[in-house]
Ligand binder design. Structure first.
Ligand SMILES: Cc1cc2nc3c(=O)[nH]c(=O)nc-3n(C[C@H](O)[C@H](O)[C@H](O)COP(=O)(O)OP(=O)(O)OC[C@H]3O[C@@H](n4cnc5c(N)ncnc54)[C@H](O)[C@@H]3O)c2cc1C
Length: 476
């Protein structure tokens, strides 16, 4: 009897790794550009993971906050799956070896973040939660006999047989190309920050998986909803910017304009702690009028121990945040939209599944609640893994094969132009007057490279939504 065909999973972030581990004992071929956790957004997560694990908390309260943040555009059934599955997800991560921070009594230490009505965020290693979680999951995946890992490969095509996705095309590190067969294919390729001039995402979050599904004709959902983080470290000429966590404002840091005036006083009752999209729009405007800074001097000597990641990022660039204001700018942070999927990651194309940030099941609505996306990767990754475990062989050995390949990448100059265009037209503040010409430019760029086609689909979705909703703010 021949060996069973593996499931091909593309992407080794939290979503891809979780799906791969949960699929055991079904064989999995895990394809990733990077060897380990590097280049995955998952490893950069500073805030933590939300779950109703506190004694006074409930999944219903977590669901309420999730829907409030999402402007109630959320798919309520998906929200319930997420919040009811959250405590078990935390337990599962602990079985995988993640050591979450605990208080002196041994209970999980719970933090509070914007949009949550009570402390519900678990951390590992303080602001290094993503790195710690990824370290544990990569280690378990390395030990798991059912997972074969291949690193350094770029997945740039899908193989279909009689309309069913049954494999991928890859470009190897030495430039050779090959097709790899799978009983099903899972896209877990992360977000699209790379399409914007300023992003908090790592360079690998370029939207390539989303573009591939789009090229193959998979249904998309909510592509216009992009969350902007209000405070990335503004470094001229840099595209992938280090994040300056919101927790700094929670600890007393204040946003200032070029003249040292408060940006947020009088704009919202919560001032510097107003919802993320409101702060992002204010910082966006200030950046166009001379700049925005975060004055964190009040944190003083505690800065290095309380916020080691931000401290390191600033000091490496010659900014001592204990005494100097930190230059900040909004950055594309999280894509609520993506490949349309159901609760088990099925897309509209037979044989193709998606999970994590590249997918959209409606759980985040029009805006994501802080610390809900690592959770999404674990809860829906485990569900998908359970489905993959029992997936039959795809059958029909003699069907007709077709290949769907991504177009080549835009050249560096065109890509830089597209990123500026997306930041201008699809940034925290949007209007028809900017979106319409942007659509034309994207259509022209779509002839030259795959990023243009993906950007065009996102701009089209933004033009269709004429009202402001969640992270999609229309000036007109
Ligand atoms: C700075 C930052 C801080 C954040 N903080 C938090 C937080 O505190 N809490 C929270 O819940 N969320 C946070 N988020 C969001 C969260 O980290 C992401 O939404 C989540 O990690 C996405 O996981 P993923 O597995 O879908 O994608 P990723 O972790 O990005 O993994 C995708 C993987 O796919 C690979 N890949 C991509 N394209 C291809 C291709 N064509 N071929 C082969 N491989 C490919 C990439 O190399 C990468 O390894 C943060 C995000 C950022 C950027």
């Amino acid at each position: 009897m021949s060996a069973p065909t593996p499931v091909v999973i593309v992407g080794g972030g939290i979503a891809g790794l979780t799906a791969a581990l949960a699929a055991a004992p079904a064989p999995v071929l895990l394809l990733n550009r990077a060897r380990g956790a590097e280049h995955a957004a998952s490893a950069l997560a500073q805030g933590g993971i939300a779950a109703a694990v506190g004694t006074d908390d409930t999944p219903q309260a977590h669901a309420r906050d999730t829907c409030d943040a999402g402007s109630h555009r959320n798919d309520r059934a998906m929200v319930d799956v997420l919040t009811e599955g959250a405590p078990a997800a935390i337990e599962w991560l602990q079985w995988q070896g993640v050591a979450f921070d605990r208080d002196e009594g041994g209970a999980l230490r719970l933090g509070r973040e914007g949009g949550h009505d009570r402390p519900r965020i678990v951390h590992a290693g303080g602001d290094a939660t993503g790195a710690k979680v990824m370290e544990a999951l990569v280690a378990v995946a390395r030990r798991s006999p059912h997972i074969e890992r291949r690193a350094g490969v770029d997945v740039d095509g899908l193989v279909l047989r009689d309309g069913r996705v049954c494999g991928v095309c890859v470009t190897n590190p030495d430039g050779t190309r090959e097709a790899l067969h799978g009983r099903a294919v899972v896209l877990a390729t992360g977000g699209i920050g790379g399409l914007f001039a300023q992003t908090s995402n790592p360079p690998d979050a370029d939207g390539s998986g989303l573009a591939l599904a789009l090229a193959a004709g998979a249904a998309m959902r909510d592509l216009e909803f992009v969350q902007f983080h209000p405070t990335a470290l503004a470094l001229p000429g840099l595209h992938s910017l280090p994040l300056v966590t919101e927790a700094l404002r929670g600890a007393g840091a204040r946003l200032l304009d070029a003249d040292g005036n408060s940006l947020m006083d009088g704009l919202h009752p919560l001032a510097d702690l107003a919802p993320r999209d409101i702060v992002a729009r204010r910082v966006w405007r200030a950046c166009r009028e001379g700049g925005a800074w975060l004055d964190a001097h009040r944190i003083g000597a505690a800065f290095p121990s309380q916020f080691p990641t931000v401290f390191r990022a600033c000091m490496e660039r010659g900014i001592d945040p204990r005494v100097q204001p930190i230059p900040v700018a909004p950055a594309a942070h999280f894509h609520m939209g993506g490949i349309k999927v159901d609760a088990d990651g099925r897309t509209s194309l037979p044989g193709l599944h998606a999970v994590g940030e590249v997918a959209c099941n409606g759980v985040h609505g029009a805006n994501r609640l802080a610390s809900n996306s690592l959770l999404e990767g674990v809860v829906f990754g485990r569900r998908l893994g359970r489905l993959l475990r029992v997936l039959p062989e795809s059958g029909n050995e003699h069907g007709r094969f077709t290949l769907v390949r991504r177009k080549p990448s835009l050249d560096a100059a065109s890509l830089a132009g597209l990123r500026e265009l997306m930041m201008r037209a699809m940034g925290p503040v949007r209007e028809g007057e900017a979106l319409r010409p942007a659509l034309e430019e994207c259509a022209a760029l779509a002839e030259l490279g795959w990023q243009g086609g993906l950007a065009r689909a996102m701009v089209e979705a933004a033009l269709r939504r004429t009202e402001s909703l969640g992270a999609h703010f229309r000036l007109d």
